[in-house]
Design a protein. Structure first.
Lengths: 239, 239
């Protein structure tokens, strides 16, 4: 992978209106982004995608909504459920969010975040006539580590994982298992300018044009480890 | 947490000489960084810290070196061992690296990366007379997800985790504890400008001065989840 710049910038896009069901997110971003350059990446919080896609639910029991989103319970302690979603994501409460929504409302993840990313990308590229990437981010906890980082749950036009296997380092050693999950790193980086209090669901990442592709690419599903390869399934721990 | 800028930039520091045991990393960074502003964060690859601290070993069996670094084997499949290190990190091969070192050499992690970060910070602040943060990064795989992201294994002068939990209590929801692990996100963001082929072990992150503290703070040990709180220990999976 070329490393053209060695420099990137991330800017929160301000002036976002409250997002409602049916809103065109590409139109909203195009309305507030000053200008785009070829190879820019727009990071979009999954929350506004879910809102625009009408996923918000009201007056339903939280446990029921979480159960609807759950394919498999991965871990549980007290009221905390870590669940695998239909997307293959492993998230607290199966990704169902109750922050930054009206009281009594719950916000599940978008049904198909890669498709959402492709749609936003297509809208932006048509409006602005420039090749861009789109990453839809969500917040995920991690085993063994405190707190959360943002990850990429939807990707269009961005290489999700850079596979260095087969390439050599400067000493001639094979980088056989090195595969940076750059889409996750982009989501994490953008979180640093997108405060949790809400109101800043879009960020513009500039300087990573070498990761932006003409086609939409495999999407964030390529970052989901197949269950058969998962060392951390029940019973696969070394005991 | 204030959100002053909504903008950050990350720049790889170029012109790094090959690092040897005994080298003063603060001096090397000060020699190649154009200038610093208050609140800049310098990200340093753990690899050069280990090299400078003389951790490189030669002509030893890899399995023996990994065993020396291992406190507990967390998962194993074939030749791949995921192990908890003395630092509480859970890493492939207990963090022992065989890339970007001379053939036949192995590079374990620094003995105390928080102390390393504090020492680099002190050296830089003395030389440049400005308040900075330092993050030492390493590459970590993740359960359930393909590829790796960089995480913070040493931190000085940077808030490692921002705890928003108090602001979300109005939902009455014990499950929703928002605490961005910003030091990990900074490490991940910097990886995007630090290519795996080597030669760029330092990056300068600007725009996150609100996360930079006058004192060294708790360090990266604050991001290590206590084993007693770990949902993913043996037997704690829901079965």
């Amino acid at each position: 992978m070329a490393h053209p710049g060695g420099h990137l910038s991330i800017t929160a896009l301000i002036g976002v209106p409250e997002v409602s069901p049916g809103d065109n997110l590409a139109g909203i971003v195009a309305g507030i982004a000053p200008r785009f350059e070829r190879g820019d990446i727009v990071v979009v919080s999954s929350k506004v995608v879910s809102k625009a896609e009408g996923r918000e639910v009201r007056d339903r029991d939280r446990a029921d909504v979480v159960a609807d989103e759950t394919v498999e319970v991965v871990a549980q302690r007290g009221e905390l459920t870590i669940a695998r979603t239909r997307h293959g994501l492993v998230l607290a409460a199966a990704g169902v969010d109750s922050s930054n929504v009206a009281s009594g409302s719950l916000l599940p993840l978008p049904l198909d975040p890669d498709e959402s990313a492709r749609r936003i990308r297509a809208g932006l590229q048509t409006t602005r006539d420039v090749t861009l990437g789109v990453v839809i981010s969500d917040t995920a906890g991690r085993p063994w580590r405190v707190g959360q980082t943002d990850i990429a749950i939807g990707v269009a036009g961005v290489t999700p994982v850079v596979d260095h296997s087969g390439t050599l380092d400067r000493h001639g050693n094979l980088l056989h298992v090195t595969a940076p999950a750059v889409a996750d790193e982009i989501a994490a980086a953008a979180e640093l300018v997108m405060p949790k209090a809400g109101g800043t669901p879009f960020a513009l990442v500039r300087g990573l044009g070498h990761l932006v592709t003409d086609d939409d690419g495999p999407g964030a599903v390529a970052i989901v480890r197949p269950v058969a390869e998962d060392l951390f399934r029940h019973g696969s721990f070394d005991e």
